[in-house]
Design a binder for this molecule. Structure first.
Ligand code: SAM
Length: 327
């Protein structure tokens, strides 16, 4: 029988416990209690969804990460884990058993910069994790780079390094949210960050890899996000993208200053939550939301419904970049 997946992108925050002390994220300061974290039984209540990503905190601090993966793999076409890559053996062992897992390792610059941002000695382990996974033949691997003032000048080098390793390269711009337990992240001088993003956009447009072209669009829109400009498509948070917090709360996204709670999986089923009055209220809040966020998880499903928007951008920018290069 063909499995029916809902057109959902789900982010599952399995813990706020973390071994790192990143300067841009205080998740560890709102550290969840192990015994209160979302249980396997509640994770089972998640609907079959096109895409599910597991994040944290650091997901690999959960002793039952393998059980979580076992529950979620049959529920999705694509299961991603975001990790800081510190627990190399645990990550590699899991991927040996489940080679279809998609892994994104956060790396924010060279050894010195990355360790300073993460405030632990982690760079060598993160790189080793990626290399071991690559050697294992895990097909969908990538580096997640969080762009900020202390590392913008290393973004393009990291992109080139990702190419060398043969892994994907995603950039997200530092921001504040309840999820990072942060409200004081700032970019004092946005100019050099935007200039570096523009360079990356042009390099990616000139590339022969289709994935780079999609990334170029996303990165170009991230420039607008730095200026909090209105986005070309409104995100789909609360309709087709959701965040499930480790306390069981179902939220439209994790970009808001406080948790916008639609319901809780510890008390209700998914369908009860989605059809509830609180869900309707939150969806209304999302419709009026002025945060102008730009996060892959929240916009990718919206973009697929309006594919002509990136399409038009691509047609103009792709040829313009080649024209400039030939001048
Ligand atoms: C919160 S971490 C959780 C998963 C895992 N511990 C890791 O480091 O990838 C998920 C991603 O969010 C990024 N991140 C952390 N703080 C951020 C912030 N303030 N703004 C944007 N992204 C941030 C991290 O660099 C990482 O790539």
């Amino acid at each position: 029988m063909v499995k029916k997946y809902r057109n959902y992108d789900i982010t599952l925050v399995v813990t706020h416990r973390c071994n790192a002390r990143c300067i841009m994220c205080n998740s560890y300061k709102q550290s969840s209690c192990k015994q209160d974290e979302i249980s396997l039984a509640d994770i089972m209540k998640l609907p079959c969804s096109k895409f599910i990503q597991i994040t944290g905190g650091e997901p690999f601090v959960r002793e039952d990460i393998e059980e979580i993966v076992k529950i979620l793999l049959p529920k999705t076409k694509r299961l991603m884990i975001n990790t800081n890559g510190y627990y190399t053996d645990k990550i590699v062992d899991l991927c040996k058993k489940y080679p279809d897992l998609v892994i994104r390792v956060s790396i924010d610059g060279n050894r010195e910069t990355h360790n300073r941002i993460r405030q632990i000695d982690i760079y060598d382990r993160a790189i080793d994790t990626l290399k071991q996974l690559k050697a294992l033949g895990i097909p969908d691997l990538g580096i997640s780079f969080t762009l900020q003032e202390s590392n913008y000048d290393q973004m393009i080098d990291m992109y080139k390094y990702a190419l060398e390793l043969g892994v994907d390269f995603g950039v997200s711009v530092i921001h504040n949210s309840y999820y990072f337990n942060k409200s004081d992240n700032v970019i004092n001088d946005t100019t050099p960050l935007k200039a570096e993003l523009k360079k990356l956009v042009n390099i990616q447009l000139m590339s022969n890899r289709k994935k780079d072209w999609a990334r170029a669009y996303f990165n170009d829109m991230s420039i607008n996000y730095i200026d909090r400009m209105a986005m070309p498509v409104k995100c789909d948070a609360g309709r087709s993208s959701f965040t499930i917090e480790c306390n069981g709360n179902v939220l439209p996204c994790n970009m808001t200053p406080t948790e916008w709670v639609m319901g809780n999986l510890k008390r209700n089923t998914w369908d009860e939550i989605i059809k509830s009055d609180s869900s309707n209220e939150i969806m209304e809040k999302c419709r009026n939301c002025k945060l102008n966020c730009w996060s892959v998880c929240n916009v990718q499903s919206a973009l697929k419904k309006k594919i002509w928007v990136p399409g038009v951008w691509f047609m103009t920018h792709f040829f313009a970049a080649r024209f400039r290069a030939n001048k």
